[in-house]
Design a protein around this ligand. Sequence first.
Ligand code: PLP
Length: 431
Amino acid sequence: MLYDNLSVNEAGHLSIAGVDACELAATYGTPLYVLDENRLRARCRTYVQAMLTHFAPGSVPLFASKALCFKGIYPIVQDEGMGADVVSAGEVATALAAGFPAERLYFHGSNKTDAEIAYGVKQGVGCFVVDNVDELQTLSRAAQDHDIVQKVLLRITVGLDPHTLAAINTGKVDSQFGVPIETGQALRFVEQAVKTPNVEVLGYHSHIGSQIFEPTSFCDQVDRLLAFACEVRQKVGYVAGTFNLGGGFAVRYVESDPQVDIAANIKAIAEHLNAGCEEADYPVPRILMEPGRSIVADSGVTLYSAGRIKTVEGYRSYVMVDGGMTDNPRYALYKSAYTVLNATRAAEDANFECTIAGHCCESGDRIAEGVCIARPNHDDVIAVLTTGAYNFAMSSNYNRLMRPALVIVANGEARLAVRRQTVEDLLALEA
Ligand SMILES: *Cc1c(COP(=O)(O)O)cnc(C)c1O
């Protein structure tokens, strides 16, 4: 099994954290998102402890809400000592509705609307990650209106290509996110920000991409941020005390992906940073990180029911499931690889090569191609692993499919965290 929370039980079914996947499917219906709370907590703890151990005091991971945003996630990450990143009024509202403290929210986004900025300030969001000069001015006015000094980080583009997919690489110079160092604009951005009324600049933010396996890219990012911070110190006289390195640690979707040791990576980044600071005689900054995928992805499993099974002679076999691109658009978007199991026959040989196709009228609606699973019968439960990140969060109602329910499993029990959408829900918005 890809992960140690998965096993085969006495019935020959897939067990997720000690809970029978087929029983979950029977109780809650399919498609179904399943989240293993203890595994997720262990991921949070790894980040919190490694950052406390290796980085300067006050260093903390922030959960990137966009990876998986629903109320039930916030008490868990809060309990584990994390802050959270939010990128829209909707994410702010969800976190606050769950009782998450506003001062531990970091508000992101390259195009926050004026209304979102005003709302965030009013709600007491702890820190804005300001993307550009325009936003800085709007935020300053909003802070004046509320008679507060708003803490901010400035989003800087360091000009790095971490060799991941172009669609999820955000650190290069030509990007709609942040202000680039290379063009000289970042320096002017800081110069202006430190003089802007009602904002207090804590430091810099940069995010270089996603699904990054090596610490090397993060070390390069640290080098560039540090060189920039030194340049600013010399030319502007401002010394940034916080670096936010963004998210991006990779997770293992298939056997052939390497296992990323998060704690070892954090240690390597910290050693690199400390050496750089010593050389530059720069005070070691507090570090923030914003893991999304690496917190939730491998705690999630999606369960489907096998429907029609079709063989196109001389070509391939299709197993069609009752969900697809509507609950997991990542194959359609990025051709992402997934590990698929027949949860009903988890003990049988996985020797049936097939393509897992979805329910939509769309030839791109696939979950995986050329995977081997135990030959399914109609209504067998099909499990797709590593779906905790960017699945629920990216789900849609295309073809008017209902969004699946989400259950959390912990200590041998399951609880419903998000109920399945109904036709009434779908029609509720329409005149
Ligand atoms: C997407 C994103 C993250 C989270 O990235 P993961 O790859 O899920 O860890 C963090 N910070 C910012 C600014 C992002 O855009």
